[in-house]
Design a protein around this ligand. Structure first.
Ligand SMILES: *[C@@H]1O[C@H](CO)[C@@H](O)[C@H](O)[C@H]1NC(C)=O
Ligand SMILES: *[C@@H]1O[C@H](CO)[C@@H](O)[C@H](O)[C@H]1NC(C)=O
Length: 353
């Protein structure tokens, strides 16, 4: 998923700005209506798709998934209530911070959302939170592959197989936002950030080392070697943190370490399903059953990047953060604070405030 997302689609967005200007007030009023409709979608989804077990007979996918042993009715009910609580919390946080958030959905807000038209899913990609495996699953749902095992890593990331929501016209975007199941999966923010650092800087990666490594080393390393400046190899975790916290970053942000709420705009787009990487397998399969996916389709558990590296855990995260000062740790936490709040993650270290 490397180079494609970094190329800014200027022509597209410019076009949109022009369209916007031309549409004027009428379009604006129309949009307000549409965003409100999208906002109202959430609870309806749970009423329809998350019924308690006495509704089972009317719910084909639900009954068959319980019957086929995917979930006990108790577990189904428990997951439903967990997911509903996450949505509720999101609503509360968004209401609290409302004044600072614009109400109009633009193309820019939906550029990380993948579209699966057959099962009517919209999946907002948060890299380092299981997105490759979800992209594989979406490709199988779309009929582009017969099973997730047969899709190679490069096909997932560089093939142009899945459509992005921003590739549709305004009507196509709004129609899908109103009627499709909107999904996001998130991960403990600091763990995700460490995972991104390890993936992009500790392993050979010409693209990232050249685009990010070189300016990072050049700005933050005292007496860098000629080789380090030339290749951008060997960015330390501390240097990466310095870059992240710098208000005058020598190079912009990247989707792998951008805040999840910035990528997916959950206060603007009312996600029906807020899943967590920490319980990825069960929650994904829950969602697949809700969506009525073929019963033999479950989320795969490939580790695409650097399969020999240990998956980043909180223990590993702690080890990396022991390499930076207490103040830097605090500031990285502050940087991801809205993700902590919106997705209900608790403080990762005791000494944070
Ligand atoms: C937030 O997380 C805590 C523990 O991690 C949990 O007990 C609580 O139910 C969660 N709240 C919501 C709204 O999900
Ligand atoms: C599910 O079963 C169908 C029919 O047996 C088969 O064609 C398909 O490849 C299977 N899908 C997966 C994801 O294994």
């Amino acid at each position: 998923m490397t180079p494609r997302f970094l190329t800014v689609r200027l022509p597209c967005s410019l076009w949109f700005v022009l369209l916007f200007a031309a549409g004027g007030l009428v379009l604006f009023i129309h949009q307000q209506d549409l965003s409100e409709m999208v906002q109202q979608q959430g609870p309806e989804f749970f009423k329809v798709l998350f019924p308690l077990p006495d509704n089972i007979p009317t719910m084909l996918s639900l009954s068959s998934s319980i019957a086929s042993g995917f979930f006990s009715p108790e577990r189904w009910r428990k997951l439903s209530s967990i997911l509903e609580a996450r949505q509720q919390l999101m609503k509360e946080i968004c209401a609290k911070y409302k004044s600072s958030i614009s109400k109009t959905i633009t193309r820019h807000h939906v550029k990380h959302i993948f579209v699966e038209d057959k099962y009517k899913l919209l999946y907002c990609q948060v890299p380092k939170a299981g997105c490759s495996n979800w992209k594989r699953t979406l490709m199988v749902l779309a009929g582009q592959a017969s099973n997730t095992q047969s899709i190679k890593h490069d096909t997932v990331h560089y093939g142009d197989h899945l459509k992005k929501l921003d590739s549709f016209d305004r009507q196509g975007i709004m129609h899908r936002l109103e009627t499709y199941t909107k999904v996001i999966f998130v991960r403990e923010p600091l763990e995700r950030m460490v995972s991104a650092y390890r993936d992009k800087f500790e392993n050979p990666n010409n693209y990232y080392h050249s685009l990010f490594g070189k300016p990072i080393i050049s700005k933050y390393r005292v007496n860098p070697s000629w080789a380090a400046l030339k290749t951008g190899n060997g960015v330390t975790f501390k240097e990466f943190v310095q870059y992240l916290l710098d208000v005058h970053r020598p190079v912009g942000m990247d989707i792998h370490w951008e805040q999840a709420n910035q990528l997916c705009n959950p206060c603007l787009i009312d996600y029906d399903f807020i899943g967590k990487f920490e319980n990825m397998e069960e929650e994904s399969n829950f969602l697949l059953r809700l969506a009525g996916a073929p019963p033999n389709l479950t989320l795969p558990s490939f580790k695409d990047r650097n399969p020999n590296d240990k998956r980043t855990s909180m223990q590993i995260t702690e080890k990396y953060f022991s390499q930076v000062s207490m103040l830097e740790r605090q500031r990285v936490y502050d940087f991801y604070y809205m993700d902590y709040l919106m997705f209900n993650y608790s403080k990762p270290f005791k000494d944070l405030y």
